[in-house]
Design a protein around this ligand. Structure first.
Ligand SMILES: C[S@@+](CC[C@H](N)C(=O)[O-])C[C@H]1O[C@@H](n2cnc3c(N)ncnc32)[C@H](O)[C@@H]1O
Length: 393
């Protein structure tokens, strides 16, 4: 799509085409294309239908708001989930920020949340079509927003006033496809970090970013949303330098990891097994969590924790241990037969085992169900039969 077509799509004729496109049962069907081509050019019909399809896909990220947004495929894929964007905007607002410059705003999911939190927003985007869509998305929101088409590296100097906060969510694509290497980010990683010096700001980074790539003077937050690890955010200015926190959204529970993390003891399988939330694991908070659970790790470097106490915690899913079996497929098959197990959930950490392939080999055939946790322990690999003792998040 070119910029002219994007402008048409966000205009009044585009609105009519989108209305008709959204009524189509399958926007990718020939019938849908035929219906729209009665009124609009083929490229316009295709753009409206593609937009209708993207809005349907966008529902998981944006809920009902997706119906009002203009999206590109890359823009949707890289956009921040609405509840995560709201959390970030809330942190800026609570820090007393009044204007934020969003350098590389994409389709504007974060910028929209900043506006909705009452902040003034200046957004920059260098892709022409994405910039047109971002402007349309932000126009519909309350507040004051300007979307400027340009290169963040060229315009940051003139846009950023001394009291402004800055936000960057660098694009994670390279010529080799999707990438999480900081070397492949755009705007560049070093540029993003340089803007955080001496001002309040945040960078949205990959959830798997190496801890060594995070400057020690920035606060870092590993964020999960409904159990999915979604990002690592780096914060400067208003946030405590060097803080390391796991944040679980939408509830907002936070686990702060001590500066000098201690290593939890290693022990056997107790009465309960805990699987920490992925944000806790990536933040390096498993040992800290073990302390809160009055527990220990089941093996060095393995994130499964165990305890003889059942603790109600948002930071982990707790399981009651029913039986501890050696990880031996003959033993497991016999156990399955003996317990008439037909539905088997398998969780694996720290061993090169494909749960789906293992399930097939174990041939579940009965009427009962079971959950197996396969993990190394100090005494060798074990298959632990468990029952969830908390509702999964
Ligand atoms: C990950 S997306 C931003 C997503 C956004 N935070 C959201 O939630 O919708 C990054 C965007 O930065 C843009 N971009 C990359 N390099 C840029 C640069 N040097 N100047 C301006 N925009 C840039 C890309 O075109 C892309 O749309």
């Amino acid at each position: 799509m070119d910029e002219a077509l994007a402008r048409w799509l966000v205009g009044p004729q585009g609105a009519d085409a989108l209305r008709l496109a959204s009524e189509q049962a399958d926007p990718s069907s020939l019938a849908a294309a035929t219906a729209l081509r009665k009124h609009w050019r083929p490229d316009q019909a295709a753009a409206a239908l593609q937009q209708a399809a993207l809005r349907r896909r966008g529902r998981t990220k944006f809920g009902d708001l997706a119906q009002a947004l203009f999206l590109t495929a890359a823009g949707l894929e890289q956009a921040t989930r609405a509840e995560v964007a709201r959390w970030r905007a809330g942190r800026f607002a609570a820090a007393g920020v009044s204007r934020v410059v969003d350098l590389g705003c994409g389709v504007g999911a974060d910028a929209l949340a900043f506006l909705q939190a009452g902040l003034e927003v200046v957004a920059v985007e260098f892709d022409p079509v994405t910039a047109v869509f971002a402007a349309a998305n932000l126009r519909s929101a309350l507040g004051c927003a300007a979307v400027q088409r340009g290169d963040a590296q060229q315009v940051a100097g003139e846009l950023l006033r001394p009291d402004d906060a800055v936000f960057l969510d660098p694009a994670r694509r390279s010529s080799r496809g999707r990438s999480w290497r900081v070397e492949d980010l755009s705007p560049p990683w070093e540029f993003a970090l340089s803007l955080l010096a001496n001002r309040t700001g945040a960078i949205k980074a990959a959830p798997g970013i190496a801890h060594t790539a995070i400057p020690p003077d920035l606060a870092a937050t590993w964020v999960s949303h409904r159990g999915d690890l979604v990002e690592t955010s780096l914060w400067s200015g208003a946030w405590e330098p060097g803080a390391r926190v796991a944040t679980l959204l939408p509830a907002g529970d936070e686990l702060t990891i001590p500066r000098i993390p201690h290593e939890a003891a290693i022990g056997g399988i107790g009465a309960y097994l805990y699987e920490p939330d992925p944000a806790v694991i990536r933040a390096g908070g498993a040992s800290q969590l073990a302390t809160l659970l009055d527990g220990w790790r089941v093996a060095a470097g393995i994130a499964y924790l165990s305890s003889d106490t059942l603790v109600d915690t948002p930071f982990a899913t707790g399981f009651e241990v029913l039986e501890v079996l050696p990880f031996d497929e003959r033993v497991l098959r016999a156990w399955m037969r003996g317990h008439d197990i037909g539905t088997l959930e398998i969780k694996v950490r720290g061993l090169d085992v494909d749960p789906a392939a293992l399930r097939k080999r174990l041939k579940p055939a009965g009427t009962g169900s079971a959950t197996l946790v396969v993990t190394p322990t100090g005494a060798g690999a074990r298959a632990v039969v468990v029952r969830r003792s908390q509702a999964p998040k």
